[in-house]
Ligand binder design. Structure first.
Ligand SMILES: [Zn+2]
Length: 423
């Protein structure tokens, strides 16, 4: 049976899992019949089963082999040993064949993700934080929500709030403190998840946006403006800082990124952790800019400074996001996220940590920690099958064996077509 729309057995499967807690306890140890011919294929479903995958134990970060999962209504309904799958109606089945199963990825900083949607999906990215909202991206997200378009799901920051001169199209200029309430009212009345702030906001306006935003429980994200300081951002509890803006100016008095003062880096990291501000450093695009500015050797020195800050932030308990800045013509969507994950590894973070940053931690930042970013019962079945152990190498992320979204399965060949932009 091919995986196809309108799986006949779906309703009874749904009934079975309505009482999942007790039913599964009673059924533990029972082995489901294993009809043959259920080859993995691209298609839609409302219920499915994945067999013989390894999943990561949260506590020990050890792989648990030979696991099966039952998926119902877009969520993980059951996880257990392949020999103890509860009996139930026949559902589409994916032969995991020993694949490593991890949560689908989240790009925490991109642009134009509606246009790049197949590149994101082809690389296992099912959620994207879009850092400069546009009407077109809002329309895309509505269609994804309605099931009329394949993902990724977009979590949209507002159009940027900036001073003069504005840097990008669709900028909302906010030039005085008096204009702040109306600007925030407007964001609150629209469908944006965050308020984006940008380079040329006057310092007084920026500080007022942080203060007034906190009063209204709006989350402010973006650049620390040129006229403001990192201390302004941390005192104002900015939700996330992009590209290490603000840190560069804080370090400028010492040796800059090329010869940073270790004690000062420690102090900045601790202050960031205390403020609860997350950082999305986008190292890959910063490296590109550094190379064009300072050449390969100079760029390497600069990036070592940023890597030091990254390690100290992590060691201090400050929170990190992995994002690419894809969608502005410099970093490739999808593949760029794997490159960015490799940047984090090169900076000294363990692969298990980096994988968690791009999944569970990003979901937490987005307010989806009970929905997304874990392979656990009750979570959305947005899952990536990998041919290689991602704790050893991320090369499997560049050619995943399969991707589940809420009600779709994309096999290896389909994902390859997406990556080649031949959907
Ligand atoms: Zn950006």
């Amino acid at each position: 049976m091919a995986i196809a729309p309108g799986v006949a057995s779906a309703p009874s499967f749904r009934l079975l899992f309505a009482t999942v807690g007790t039913t599964l306890a009673a059924a533990a140890g029972a082995c489901a019949s294993t009809p043959s011919g259920l080859a993995p294929a691209a298609g839609e479903w409302s219920a499915a089963r994945i067999d013989s995958v390894s999943i990561l134990d949260d506590a020990s970060t050890q792989w648990l082999p030979l696991r099966s999962l039952l998926v119902e209504g877009g969520r993980i309904a059951w996880i257990g040993h392949v020999d103890s799958v509860p009996e139930g109606p026949e559902v589409p089945r994916i032969a995991g064949r020993g694949a490593y199963l991890v949560p689908a990825l989240i790009d925490a900083h991109a642009h134009d993700a509606a246009n790049d949607r197949f590149l994101h999906l082809g690389n296992g990215v099912t959620t994207v934080r879009v850092m400069w909202g546009t009407p077109g991206q809002l329309a895309h997200q509505r269609e994804v929500t309605q099931g009329r378009r394949e993902g990724p799901r977009l979590v949209l920051a507002s159009p940027g709030h900036d001073g003069q001169p504005p840097s990008w199209p669709l900028t909302r200029e906010v030039l005085s403190i008096d204009a702040v309430p109306a600007a925030l009212d407007r964001v609150a009345s629209e469908d944006w998840a965050f308020v984006k702030v940008y380079d040329h906001l006057p310092r007084s306006v920026y500080r007022e946006m942080l203060r007034e935003g906190a009063n209204r429980r709006l989350r402010i994200v973006g650049h620390v403006p040129f006229g403001a300081t990192l201390t302004d951002a941390l005192d104002g509890r900015q939700a996330s800082i992009e590209h290490f803006t603000g840190y560069d100016r804080a370090l400028a008095g010492a040796g800059g990124w090329s010869a940073p003062d270790s004690l000062q880096i420690d102090a900045l990291a601790r202050a960031t952790a205390e403020a609860g501000t997350w950082n999305c450093p986008t190292l890959g695009i910063l490296r590109r800019f550094a190379v064009s500015r300072s050449g390969a050797v100079g760029a390497e020195r600069e990036m070592r400074g940023r890597a030091m800050l990254l390690r100290r932030l992590h060691a201090s308990g400050a929170r990190l996001l992995i994002g690419t800045d894809a969608g502005i013509g410099i970093i490739a969507a999808g593949a760029g996220l794997i490159d960015e994950m490799e940047e984090f590894v090169a900076a000294g973070l363990p692969r298990a940590t980096v994988l968690q940053l791009a999944t569970r931690d990003a979901a937490e930042f987005l307010g989806d920690s009970r929905e997304l970013g874990r392979v656990a019962v009750g979570y959305r079945a947005e899952l990536l099958l990998l041919p290689q152990d991602p704790l050893e190498s991320f090369s499997g992320l560049r050619a995943p064996s399969g991707l589940l979204t809420a009600d779709r399965y994309f096999d290896r060949a389909q994902l390859a077509r997406f990556r080649d932009a031949r959907p």
